[in-house]
Write a protein that binds this ligand. Structure first.
Ligand SMILES: C[S@@+](CC[C@H](N)C(=O)[O-])C[C@H]1O[C@@H](n2cnc3c(N)ncnc32)[C@H](O)[C@@H]1O
Length: 228
């Protein structure tokens, strides 16, 4: 029998269910569950004691790095799951899961390891510092496909994401993106609207999110081929 998303997080020892995240992830993703989605998660889950944002002390029993990646892999039966982290103990590959070693706040590093890959879902569960979350969004937003979701987890109580940075984020993602916080106000979800097409099939430029303004500096636009 298929396990629910919450059961999968718990099975693999991620703390996402315990943090209450299943409550919004399940309704958000249930309609795309069976699609061939590409998901990028920043923060694989180091078990090095004392490392920044280590899972030591937070992980459920039996955890090994990549708990949430395995949960996503099982939840999306056709999904391709990619994790990025700065700690070497997080690197592994398994069926439909791969990992890269890169700092999400460094645009050049991310571009080097990701090439021109794009994603339907990008989740930032990395350092949890607001400045890093903002920079990571700026580095990765252009890689989010139209109709996709960009999620910043663990927006802490004194974070500037909902306050000082909010306007900057809204301007950066542009008018075709919708931003909303979860009920507990600790997770920001940004959806990138699909670009409308005219009857004759041409794209209607409806703002900045038609893949041009935040396009990569040198390596082309996101494409399906790049992911396959
Ligand atoms: C909370 S853990 C991720 C847990 C994992 N998503 C899970 O639920 O199983 C956060 C991870 O982010 C990594 N990290 C911290 N800063 C980072 C950065 N700037 N770029 C990429 N990864 C980072 C840490 O090394 C750590 O492994």
């Amino acid at each position: 029998m298929d396990l629910s998303l919450g059961e999968l997080f718990n099975k693999y020892g991620s703390d996402k269910d315990r943090n209450g995240y299943t409550a919004f992830y399940e309704p958000l993703f249930k309609n795309i569950r069976t699609q061939q989605i590409f998901l990028l998660e920043i923060g694989i889950g180091t078990m090095i004691p004392g490392a920044p944002s280590s899972m030591v002390g937070y992980a459920l029993e039996g955890y090994k790095p990549g708990g949430s990646l395995r949960a996503w892999r099982d939840y999306f039966p056709k999904g391709q799951i990619l994790g990025s982290d700065i700690q070497p103990d997080t690197q592994f590959s398994e069926d439909r899961i791969s990992t890269v070693l890169a700092n999400s706040t460094n645009r050049d590093e991310m571009d080097r390891v990701l090439g021109n890959r794009s994603f339907h879902i990008i989740i930032d569960d990395g350092s949890h510092y607001d400045e890093h979350q903002l920079q990571t969004l700026k580095n990765l937003w252009w890689r989010l496909r139209n109709g996709g979701y960009y999620i910043i987890e663990d927006v802490v109580a004194n974070s500037r994401i909902p306050t000082d940075f909010r306007k900057e984020i809204q301007e950066f993602v542009g008018p075709n993106a919708r931003m909303f916080f979860t009920e507990a106000k600790n997770v920001l979800i940004i959806s990138k609207e699909r670009v409308a097409r005219r009857r004759n099939g041409t794209r209607r430029a409806r703002g900045v999110n038609n893949g041009t303004r935040h396009a990569p500096r040198s390596n082309g636009s996101p494409s399906d081929e790049a992911n396959s």
